[in-house]
Design a protein around this ligand. Structure first.
Ligand SMILES: Cc1cc2nc3c(=O)[nH]c(=O)nc-3n(C[C@H](O)[C@H](O)[C@H](O)COP(=O)(O)OP(=O)(O)OC[C@H]3O[C@@H](n4cnc5c(N)ncnc54)[C@H](O)[C@@H]3O)c2cc1C
Ligand code: SF4
Length: 312
């Protein structure tokens, strides 16, 4: 591993010199450093900034400090009572030991699990701009079917972020408030988010939501595996019709994919499997799968319908 210096951040004001990066739980960053994918000169530890609180907001939502550990957030009584989709998404991720270390801010900013990105001996536009995208013709089984660029078909690996996308969360930083839907960018393969260098995530606001909620993840193993596809949903039904719905898809795009077309298709429609499949079809009409991941289209379609049917 490349040598680096370490210091502890003393205030949540953001700002970093070139070559420095924030360190939270380290469960992604340190792995990438060991692989030679991340090569910071300075690590600035943000885990002692007092950002580890979950507080209720006056209008009924939650403010989650960026330093709240994934285990603590999943187990928090307010989260379990009001945002079960978030708790379920967190518990579907990684392992108990990892969740004990991983933080809210770090989870949002974890990098893709594309195998070429994690292997510095191969080309990869995300790691080395302009070097190429071997995944497009190579191993892309787990990669994007929606919204991908020609030069990068990576997916975002977080489960938690999918639930937060469905919930319409807002990310607070040392500089501004950013709707989660606008945090991730596809502006260039090597740029994951709109955050500036040294911009610190301080908390995430989760507004209240109507209806019943669920997170479901399909993966190759029952535990300790990233999603092949996932769905986070909140559904409210009255007199057999959908009155409110929030839907986000995971492991299908470079970001947690808020399924706004499906939501719009569903509002006011009968809460039936037929409507749910039609909504999934409307969202997935734009899917552009590659040679080995076309199976994700019917998988996601069925996942959406079965989660919504269970909630109806
Ligand atoms: C074996 C394994 C299996 C896993 N399985 C899953 C899974 O199934 N689902 C899933 O969702 N995740 C999974 N993960 C990923 C895990 O959830 C992430 O590694 C973790 O959430 C990252 O959080 P962290 O606090 O450790 O971040 P770090 O590794 O410390 O940091 C990650 C990035 O975020 C930046 N950062 C951290 N905090 C801040 C902040 N406050 N402001 C600005 N930047 C910040 C860092 O600079 C770094 O770039 C897995 C990880 C491993 C190792
Ligand atoms: S999909 Fe993106 S991360 Fe993967 S090899 Fe291509 S450019 Fe790199």
């Amino acid at each position: 591993m490349k040598t680096f210096t370490y210091r502890t951040a003393t205030e949540a004001a953001g700002g970093l010199e070139p070559g420095a990066t924030f360190l939270a739980g380290g469960t992604n960053l340190v792995d990438l450093m060991k692989l030679g994918v991340a090569t910071p000169d300075v690590l600035v530890d943000v885990t002692r900034l007092g950002l580890g609180e979950v507080t209720g907001l006056p209008e009924g939502g939650l403010r989650v400090g960026a330093g709240v550990r994934n285990s603590d957030l999943a187990a928090h009584p307010l989260v379990r009572r009001d945002f079960p989709v978030l708790s379920q998404a967190l518990l579907a991720g990684a392992s108990g030991q990892l969740r004990n270390m991983a933080t809210t801010g770090g989870n949002l900013l974890q990098r893709t699990r594309c195998r070429y990105f994690m292997d510095p001996t191969t080309p990869c536009n995300k790691r080395r701009p302009g070097s190429g995208c071997p995944a497009r013709e190579g191993d892309h089984r787990d990669l994007a079917i929606l919204g991908a660029r020609d030069d990068c078909v990576a997916t975002h690996p977080s489960d938690m972020a999918v639930a937060l996308a469905a919930l319409g969360a807002v990310v607070n930083t040392s500089a501004r408030a950013i709707p989660l839907a606008e945090l991730y960018t596809d502006e260039a393969p090597d740029v994951d988010t709109v955050l500036d260098h040294g911009e610190l995530i301080t908390s995430v606001d989760v507004p209240p939501v109507n209806g019943r909620q669920a997170y479901r993840k399909v993966r190759d193993r029952a535990s300790y595996a990233f999603a092949v596809a996932s769905v986070a949903a909140a559904l409210e039904v009255a007199d057999g019709r959908v009155t409110d719905v929030r839907l986000a898809l995971g492991a299908v795009a470079h970001k947690p994919w808020r399924a706004l077309i499906a939501e719009e298709t569903l509002r006011g429609r009968p809460a039936t499997r037929e409507s749910f499949l039609a909504a999934a079809d409307a969202e997935l009409a734009a899917a552009a799968p590659l040679r080995d991941n076309a199976f994700k289209v019917p998988l996601t379609r069925n996942l959406v319908a079965s989660v919504l049917e269970d909630l109806a």
